[in-house]
Design a protein. Structure first.
Length: 157
């Protein structure tokens, strides 16, 4: 086999195996609609009130930045751009993530509802707009060092 044939075969093999494909973390530009939070009849009163305060603002375009911390290796905050009630862009540091890995305000209320139903302790510091500024979730009061903390910042676009 001569050098030209060898190069052609190597190129053909690389293309056939997907070397020219997009990286596995590449993200489609399709927005992901936000699943709306709907308070239930037996909803926690503070959660329902916070949601009502957020809804009264009629904010559909915002950036939500969520930093999760626990007794584990530190992670960068996740920054999610929401426009017209759809997740448009999600990043962690310089890395682009898929829209399903982002946060929305409705999604935060759903997560809080789920945490309140299953955790031994959930503490939330709410802003006047109904944003959960700081969240502590302790799934088991009898276990040590398994708490998860979230800090949330929302900026209107």
């Amino acid at each position: 086999m001569n050098p030209l044939q060898r190069s052609s075969l190597a190129l053909l093999l690389a293309v056939a195996l997907g070397a020219g494909a997009a990286p596995s973390y590449a993200v489609a530009d399709d927005p992901l609609p936000v699943d709306p939070f709907v308070p239930g009849i037996h909803e926690d009163p503070t959660l329902a009130t916070a949601w009502q305060r957020w809804q009264s603002r009629a904010i559909d375009d915002y950036v939500i930045t969520v930093r999760r911390s626990c007794y584990c290796p530190p992670e960068s905050a996740v920054r999610t751009v929401v426009r017209d009630d759809a997740v448009r862009r999600v990043t962690r540091g310089e890395k682009r993530l898929g829209p399903a890995l982002g946060y929305s305000m409705d999604g935060m209320y759903v997560r809080l509802r789920e945490a309140m139903a299953r955790a031994d302790r959930v503490e939330v510091d709410w802003t006047e707009r109904g944003v959960p500024r700081a969240i502590t979730i302790d799934p088991d009061l009898s276990a040590a060092d398994e708490e998860t903390y979230f800090s949330v910042v929302v900026r209107r676009l």
